[in-house]
Design a binder for this molecule. Sequence first.
Ligand code: UT7
Length: 323
Amino acid sequence: MTIKRSAIIGTGSVLPKQRLSNEELAETHHIDTSDSWIVERTGIHYRHIADSDETTGTLATEAARRALKNAGVKAEDVGLIVLATTTPDQTLPATAMTVQAALGINDCVAFDVQAVCSGFLYALSVADSMLRTGTADIAVVIGAETFTRLLNWEDRTTCVLFGDGAGAVVLRRTEEEGKGIQTVKLHADGRYKDLLCSSGGPSSTGTVGTLLMKGREVFRHAVTNLVTVTQEALLSSGFDASQVDWIVPHQANARILDATARKLGVPSERVVMTVDMHANTAAASVPLALDAAVQDGRIKSGDLVVLEAMGGGFTWGAAVIRF
Ligand code: UT7
């Protein structure tokens, strides 16, 4: 029997117009930091900051448009939109509705997923399951954030780390032998929810709140969780690390990416790293990095690709995909 899988047939991404270097950021927001501290501890050189006319919805729509164009798929053929975000345009409705309306799709399944930096992996898993069970034939999966709207610019331990952006993939149900998403493994452990959270929300404070993070503790868990879940995903799909062509990790910190690859035994040349150019964009970072590597020709048809992410909750996950 042929196994039905969903395959990534197109990717797209977008960054806001405004780009700030570490020095420009420090100067604009009067932050007591330095380019050398930020580069040495995180690998970040630049982040993009959304203007008032750029929202999670507008960025998500543009990323989706580019992914559809690259896939050669018309918007009217999309049956499912799953959008991962921590920073929706409105508390309700879901930002996926903004994307659906902007793309001119009058009837399809559309909703948001919230799993912070692992959001894209969660959204991919949900969309993959729904395609396999016949909800739709074609899905757009988006990770989009205006994360800088949550930042406390007086907290130098967090405000230098994040940026805004969006990335998207088009998934299509396929029966092509060996292609597509082989497995997605997801985890969550709410005991750690206060290590990376916001100070408010509609139901608690009636405000959006600002970002709070105990960075050193998050760092410690990140490497262990990412290594374990990647090994779990590879084992479950019958591969080992030596067969991986590309790892596309959540772009939080270059040191986390390096340490994870080292422990997995994957050479650093096989890791897609874009954190230097756009900092940590939460749910948008995996599809942003994926699109960069597809567009510049690194990821090619037939490659075995691992996506992995870890974030607030804690939540974490990994996907093994044959392109
Ligand atoms: O996306 C979800 C996942 N998130 C992450 O994966 C983030 C994980 N954490 C990290 O990436 C790192 O822990 C950070 C980049 C947040 C911090 O790096 P670190 O090497 O863990 O630094 P630290 O927190 O141990 O701080 C070292 C020093 C402290 O000074 P003292 O106490 O040693 O005097 C900080 O106050 O660096 C100081 N510091 C800064 N100095 C200049 C903290 N932030 C800054 C700053 N500029 N922006």
